[in-house]
Design a protein around this ligand. Structure first.
Ligand code: FAD
Length: 382
């Protein structure tokens, strides 16, 4: 494979970089502090084709690929992880619709993400079912031509601001195998019985929406089923093979942004009569950071490129997500360290990056879950 980014890739990367610098820089700290949803920035990003880049033109999207999506997210997260998160999550779950949805569903639900105020999300996690997604207990029971949904979800991106969610539901409790019990069903958030409460006190990414969601006899038509009934678990695993590639891009962007801030600081800050960046101990740390970022970037681009070329690679994508996200946590820690005590105050952006980073090792599969997947792929059935 050719790892050189094309002229078109570089053009998109530059457009995203300029957009993020221009739109995020002045407001990011305040949005994080006040938990302000970045609505105007989202509207502008929609107009500039900087969201959901992998969604084909026939469904309203920019018609590009996962690699372009990853490049844009990297640039966004470099400037502000919180706004980057929200702009990314507007189309969170679209991969699932593209893979398994009907033509009608793709047209109906994806177009408004670009032409209107459409925002989607993917509701999987429950109070008793986190890493163990097969334990999801929100039920969808058939009633004539409808499903009736009951249960609750936690930590759901866009639960409050979203127009619809893909909901991972238990449809076949009688089935013993974990792969045949669940189905994915579209739920519009204006349906009777749907309720969402913003979850307060989030450590980072505070301008993005994360909610507890409740379904109380929510009735949806059977045409809202995505893919085949009972195939939800298998479909979900294929979704993660895609979504993990761009969570890896979040990690690369966050780490690059943190290192950029550290470099600016160590060039200016003097101790013992000279800039701290002239001490070899500091320079070695920068060398290590830059190397790790480059490794993660290569893994991320490769997994996105494979996806774009029809070769989804479960192992590599899990490795990219594991490595890039752990690397981001390490890099931001060292970057804050280089700021000394100043890094501990929110006058400096590094404090916000530090708080944002940890979630990368938790959502879209915790680092332990990624290791389970990688070990299974490497070892085979034991
Ligand atoms: C900001 C944010 C946004 C989120 N957005 C969404 C969203 O949009 N949609 C959604 O559905 N969910 C979302 N989540 C939820 C997220 O996916 C879960 O938090 C994650 O899957 C972990 O589940 P849990 O929190 O229940 O932790 P648990 O599963 O309870 O895990 C706790 C710890 O135990 C470890 N552990 C569990 N099982 C094993 C095992 N077998 N072996 C070794 N260690 C194990 C875990 O790795 C972890 O360290 C979001 C979470 C956050 C924080």
């Amino acid at each position: 494979m050719d790892f050189t980014l094309s002229k078109e890739h570089l053009y998109i990367q530059k457009a995203a970089r300029e957009f993020a610098r221009g739109e995020f820089t002045d407001v990011a700290r305040e949005f994080d502090l006040n938990e302000t949803f970045p609505e105007k920035i989202l509207d502008k990003a929609r107009k500039l084709d900087l969201i959901g880049l992998f969604i084909p033109e026939e469904y309203g999207g920019p018609g590009l690929g996962f690699l372009e999506h990853a490049l844009v997210l990297e640039e966004f997260w470099k400037i502000d992880p919180g706004i980057g998160q929200q702009l990314c999550s507007v189309s969170f779950g679209a991969e699932e619709l593209l893979l398994f949805g009907t033509e009608e569903q793709k047209k109906k639900y994806l177009n408004p993400l670009f032409t209107g105020k459409g925002i989607m999300g993917f509701a999987i996690t429950e109070p008793e079912a986190g890493s163990d997604t097969a334990a999801v207990a929100t039920t969808a029971v058939k009633d004539g031509d409808d499903y009736i949904i009951n249960g609750s979800k936690v930590m759901i991106g866009n639960g409050t601001v979203g127009t619809f969610l893909l909901v991972f539901c238990l449809t076949h409790p009688e089935v013993k195998s974990k792969t045949g019990r669940h189905s994915i069903i579209i739920v519009e958030t204006d349906r009777d019985g749907y309720k969402a409460d913003e979850m307060e006190g989030k450590m980072g990414l505070r301008c993005s929406d994360t909610a507890a969601v409740y379904f109380n006899n929510v009735r949806v038509p059977r045409e809202n089923l995505v893919g085949r009934e009972g195939d939800g678990f298998i479909q979900l695993m294929q979704f993660f093979d895609r979504s993990r590639a761009y969570v890896a891009a979040h990690g690369v962007g966050l780490a690059q942004g943190a290192m950029d801030q550290a470099i600016a600081h160590i060039k200016g800050r003097k101790q013992f009569g000279r800039p701290i960046g002239t001490f070899q101990a500091t320079q070695f740390k920068i060398a290590e950071m830059a190397t790790k970022i480059e490794i993660a970037r290569n893994m991320t681009y490769k997994s996105a490129w494979l996806l774009d070329n029809g070769m989804a690679d479960t192992k590599l994508t899990a490795m990219a997500k594991l490595y890039a996200c752990h690397m981001a946590v390490e890099v931001v820690d060292e970057a804050l360290q280089m700021h000394g005590g100043y890094g501990y105050f929110n006058d400096y952006d590094i404090e916000r990056f530090y708080r944002a980073a940890k979630v990368l090792e938790i959502y879209e599969g915790t680092k332990e879950v990624e290791k389970i997947i990688i070990a299974r792929e490497v070892l085979g059935k034991m």
